[in-house]
Design a protein around this ligand. Structure first.
Ligand code: 4AD
Ligand code: MG
Length: 478
């Protein structure tokens, strides 16, 4: 897998229609737009030019605004590649020496922002159908030569050190586009399935996973000597903002259950936080999770929904991010597109935990279910064998655990006994237990780690490249 960033790899784009609302501007408006200070609505996105299949743009005047990737000067012309982030490729702009604003060309260095008005013409060059013949060129913002993203390959590690500039690279821009498409496909999927979108709280007093990996939220003084204490020397949280210890949530599940047990099928999609001290390529201290919760549902329903969801978002990404995924297939993982196609087309494997341990590994998505109860969370429903719980993980090659879910323990007596067994106090979870006290129903849900999904769909190996501003132990710059 290539681990560096090509600033201008020649990826061929599949042809796709220009999106509605993007296109040519009238000649009259063009001059006003060229100054680059406004006219957002009339700006033509580079994607509309590069992915146009038909000729409605040919011969039309457009205003293109973006950042210079490369420039080549020839006798009578200069060639400038402008990228505006709307697609992988930049548009080639040809600037004849006789345009009145030609003097601007000198200042069009790599990274400078630029506004060009010109006519869309057939490109004689290779790799693109259309280019723009400039009539007016304006430098919007100059870019001095110490700009760190000069035309050369940069490692992803180097780019993490300039997280504020890295979205201007092909790789990180493509990750951002794929991530956005996956988020939109998530909302589409659950809306189509009739789920309610719940916004669960970020500050919480309960540890959902019972793993004690929570960040504390407090307004108590940071100076140790000023922290109020009780007689036994422990912190007096009654004087803290919430009158008791509070934390950043590790999961929206418990809130999700309250709404599933009233509104049927719900999902959350928000940031979650874990203070586990792991410097792996699979863990973040702040990550986004999608957590559906379904009432009148068992573990099989849970797996069915998770499988349909993953297939849906992968299909959508393949549909709308074709050229980005081709880029990842070419530069990061030669089997990526094949693997995604398999996820889309083939049923996922389902195997009991005990059997999975004994069997050979699969090269596709595998649900492992019925885990030993001792290694899983307190809220998972005990199976009749007394040894296992109705839990499932979805494991995928390369990423490992993409989803963790379960049928929930809906029997009050069993749940309270298990809390005690797991050293949790049922009183702390009084409202959670009320769901079992008043009209309890079988219900199930799961959590999908959104950055792990982004890694899986792009083939990008390190989870810190799957989120705009990664937070991990010792690192919260930007
Ligand atoms: O398996 P987990 O811990 O499950 C839960 O939190 C349940 N409450 C979910 C539910 O049933 N509603 O986490 C779910 C998923 C994992 O499978 C993994 O993909 C991701 O969240 N995840 C992380 N992703 C990035 N960094 C971390 N530190 C992560 N921890 C878990
Ligand atoms: Mg898990």
């Amino acid at each position: 897998m290539a681990m560096s960033e090509g600033s201008s790899p020649g990826v061929t784009l599949p042809e796709a229609p220009a999106s509605a609302g993007e296109g040519a501007v009238g000649d009259a408006g063009a001059a006003a737009l060229a100054a680059g200070t406004g006219g957002r609505a009339k700006r033509t996105r580079v994607k509309a030019i590069m992915e146009a299949t038909d000729d409605p743009l040919l011969g039309k005047t457009v205003a293109v605004k973006g950042w210079v990737r490369t420039k080549r000067d020839q006798k009578a012309f200069s060639f400038v590649e402008i990228n505006d982030g709307s697609c992988m490729k930049g548009v080639q702009v040809v600037i004849p020496q006789d345009v009145p604003t030609y003097s601007a060309v000198e200042r069009l260095t790599t990274g400078a922002s630029v506004s060009v008005t010109g006519v869309v013409v057939e490109s004689p060059g290779k790799g693109q159908r259309f280019e723009v013949k400039a009539q007016e060129v304006h430098v919007v913002g100059e870019c001095p030569t110490e700009y760190p993203l000069q035309k050369k390959r940069h490692t992803l590690e180097f780019l993490r050190g300039i997280a504020h500039l890295r979205p201007r690279t092909n790789t990180i821009a493509a990750v951002a586009r794929v991530r956005s498409a996956l988020a939109q496909a998530t909302h589409d999927f659950f809306r189509e399935e009739g789920f309610l979108y719940l916004q669960s709280p970020i500050i919480t007093a309960s540890d959902c996973e019972g793993a004690g990996e929570m960040f504390r939220v407090t307004t108590l003084p940071s100076e140790v000597s000023k922290v109020p204490t009780l007689e036994d020397g422990s912190t007096d949280y009654s004087q803290d903002f919430f009158g008791k210890p509070a934390f950043l949530t590790v999961s929206g599940q418990l809130s999700g259950e309250t709404h599933a047990c009233a509104l049927g099928d719900v999902y959350t999609f928000g940031p979650t936080f874990r203070a586990e001290n792991s410097q792996t390529t699979r863990h973040l201290a702040e990550f986004w999770m999608i957590e559906p919760e379904m009432s009148f549902a068992d573990l099989r329903d849970d797996m069915d929904n998770a499988e349909a969801f993953v297939k849906h978002v992968v299909s959508h990404a393949m549909e709308v991010c074709g050229s980005d995924l081709e880029f990842f297939n070419k530069f990061y993982d030669k089997e990526l597109l094949q693997r995604l196609q398999r996820i889309k087309d083939k049923p996922f494997v389902r195997t009991e935990h005990e059997r999975w341990l004994a069997e050979t590994r699969y090269d596709t998505a595998v649900f492992v279910y019925d885990y030993p109860r001792d290694i899983k969370a307190f809220y998972m429903r005990d199976n009749e064998d007394g040894k296992t719980v109705a839990a499932m993980d979805l494991l995928v090659p390369g990423v490992g655990e993409l989803i963790g879910g379960s049928q929930r323990e809906e029997r009050l007596e069993q749940l309270e006994a298990k809390m005690v067994e797991f050293n949790l106090s049922p009183e702390d979870y009084w409202w959670y237990n009320d769901l079992r006290r008043y009209g309890s129903v079988p219900h199930a849900g799961y959590g999908l780690g959104f950055e792990r999904l982004v890694c899986y769909v792009t083939g990008v190996e390190n989870i810190r490249d799957a989120i705009a501003f990664p937070r991990s132990p010792g690192s919260a710059e930007f």
